[in-house]
Design a protein around this ligand. Sequence first.
Ligand code: ADP
Ligand code: MG
Length: 688
Amino acid sequence: MSTHANTKMLSEADGYDLLRRFNVPAPLFEIATSPEAAAAAAAKIGYPVVMKIVSPQIIHKSDAGGVIVGIKTDEEAKTAYNTIVSSVKAYNPAAEITGIIVEEMAQPGLELIIGGKIDPAFGRVITFGLGGTLVEFHKDVGIRILPCTDEEIHSLIKQIKGYKLISGYRGDAPKDEEFLFQTLKNACEFFEKNDKVVEFDINPLRLYEKGGCAVDARVIVQDEPIELPPHYDASKIVPIDYYKPRSVAVIGASDDKTKMGYAVFHNLLQFPGKVYPVNNKRSEIQGVKCYPTLSAIPGPVDMVTITVPAQLVPGIMEECGQKGVKMAVVITAGFKEMDEDGRALENRMVEIAKNYGIRIVGPNCLGLILPPYKLDTTYVSTSPLPGDLAFISQSGAIVNAVVGISLSEGSEMGYSEVVSVGNQSDLDFLDYMSYAQRDPHTKAIILYIEEIKNGVAFMEMAKEITKTKPIVAIKAGSSQRGQAAAASHTGSLSGAYEVYMEAFRKCGVTPVKTLPGAFKVAKILSDANRSPKGRRAVVITNAGGFAVLSNDYAETWGIEIIDLPKEMIDEMNTFLPPFWNKNNPIDLLGDADEARFRGVFDVLCRNPELWDMAILVNFPNKVLSPEQIAHVLIDYSKKTDNLLIGTLVGGDCMKPGVSLLAQHNIPVFEELEFTYRTLGHLSWTADR
Ligand code: ADP
Ligand code: MG
């Protein structure tokens, strides 16, 4: 969206004309500029009519007393004209009144809204939901990012809570869903083909048992074509050898433990290639020969880590260029995140790097860690272990935290790539994701995102990556408070967060809310065949209390605890004691032994098409050890492709079972709500 373009609101009449060209039905209308003309127009159109104000300054006509419906006679039409004009004048004396639109009065029907806006990162977005004057009250809308497929439009219609009103509520005849689908499709086409439309809404669109009609149209255009976010450009991706330096120099390396340059150089000491400290005040740092400048280093330098103050960085970048450096990790802060001078400094640094073909990580970041290659350019207090997770974060603090967590007792977490993206002056989320995609060590990718600028390219790339490696994302800023109040009418119905969620859905990224959730979901998704195919769950437990809680948590997180078919119950009756609950959750009672559990799993595994996941919930007791219960799950997970999950609640005494399951790559939890929350996130992927 050009920031310099001027925008204006089209009149309702122009909006109708435009929509009609895309086969969106609208009422007949005429514009009147006197009471007499209004009456004449009404008689011509045929009573009853609706009259509304036409004024570029009045966006919400009803609020201004600018709408009168059900006008039946010439007299009423004349009076309505005067009433509207005086109400609007009272509402906003400065409003310029161009006339009154007299239009056919449409039949009552279900009032819906179709809207469109331009998202700065993801481009054109359409909104659909319950409309009319109560639209903000209902807040029942869904969105799609354009372009979208027919299936996406169908699922958009079905996704709103008010869908029941369309499909026929309490004996009401169903509304014309096919017409609605076609109209949404037409509205998408209208939006995509009019490259100056920045925002529009049809509110309401009245939907009938047969057909429908737009009875309001607000279209905002700008005077020049809209610039949409760019597509993914594979030619900009950094060659993998940039991440495989033979030598690394630290500019600002230090022997002073309180300096960043100390920790950075310390972490690099484990690197098997050459490492050079650069500092003009020392001859040796941490036992390694030190050089006064980069150019004084005798051999080639592929990568540098820069920790010196921001003002010095452009000069150092110049030196890097002379030396033939390929990649610069700029940890230093004080660039565009600070002020205008910082922004200028950052631009200069980027300009110089570009001239020499140097790629930049940061600035204002923690740096980059590639544990399988023992390359740690950051100042984290301890380097993480190598493993198969890529963690790409817009927060350096969160990187510090997850590295710390991964090294804590009982954690078996390791990383293939850990990066804090900083200001993304050059390399951005896409580059780090592309590294993870190509890196053979990476099995899953976790993103912590505050904002993505090139959303369209992000979706295109993520869609490719998720075909082979799962991406899990925490998007910060879901709260109303966290989201800047959106300026426009349609805009306020769906904030930026919802657009991200829709983008994730579209490209196969799984959103989660918390760090533990991210790790759990990434782990489960990265094990083959470990993602549920749907939301249908069977719960097997020996704990009545957890059976009740299971129902509660399942409902909260959208997991469907299915009714067991009669045949299954009959079969279970043959081996279970007569007093079992004959219901799902299956409560095998406190004295349940291994045989009861095995019996139930036998039945389930013979009927895999009836369910998507089975959740075993267990607590410490004398009849059954945690190891025994773990072995039940381990054995049966070999007999089904459906997801089996263990939840062993009871603290330390359950640990042997927990570790056994973890060793066999079976999802295991120690807290029941977390089980259902994680399954909720996982099934979100399955619905798509
Ligand atoms: P606003 O600018 O306040 O959104 P609208 O044009 O949407 O004004 O009119 C307000 C309400 O009046 C609509 O929600 C609809 O219920 C009713 N209305 C408007 N135009 C018509 C029409 N042509 N036929 C029937 N009802 C209408
Ligand atoms: Mg309206």
